[in-house]
Design a protein. Sequence first.
Length: 245
Amino acid sequence: MNFYLHDRLGSTRQVINKAGSVVRYYTFDPFGKKLEYGPPPSAAAYPFMFTGQYFDWEIGQYYLRARQYDPLLMRMTTIDPDRGEPLETLTLHKYLYCVNNPINKTDPSGEIYLNVANALQAAATVYSAGLLIACYGAEHDNLELLVAGGFVMQLTPLAYFLGLGFGDKMITVTRWGDAGERAGWAMAGKKNYLNYLLSGKWLGTNSNQFAAYGTGHSWKVMASQLKFPSGWKWVFGFFGQVMTP
């Protein structure tokens, strides 16, 4: 029995056996070309390599479900089935891999890239917040805070998933109380009463009023541009609130 050890993109860096000895190792360039590997392959024995995807030794390409990817060409080998978005010109290129940003993105489907950097940031934010709460509870002998911190840390995988984004897809966001499309808080989703209740509607004026439902304004942005709330505000992300570019 052997075990795969991965880096932050999911790329296999080492394969070890039950005794902990390295039986195989890999080093890749940013686009997945093998710079160093060993020992010499029994080719099909360990096929999962760059970003954890299946490598076909016979044709020298990765199988990404909808398409094949050639790390030497740094391109997909067939046309993108998605037409792309006019506002994001790199998505209009039919053969680019991860819009030329393979350090922070992966594309396991061959259709939609995922933003791993954002996901890791979201997961780290939630985990560190939970750890801080738990440590404070332990220091002050507060069992409730200790349990609450542990619960928050259990939300780390969910934060990772929410932080991934969905590549070059346009999604709808809605903001109440401000008709502009400037950078700031918005609700991921269409204008409806559920999102209205979960969104940040506070006007922040001396009148101390909430924005009316009728002030809701929706527009579309690239999913990959949305940011998961950082710091203590991460909790708003679980209600669907995001930061727009």
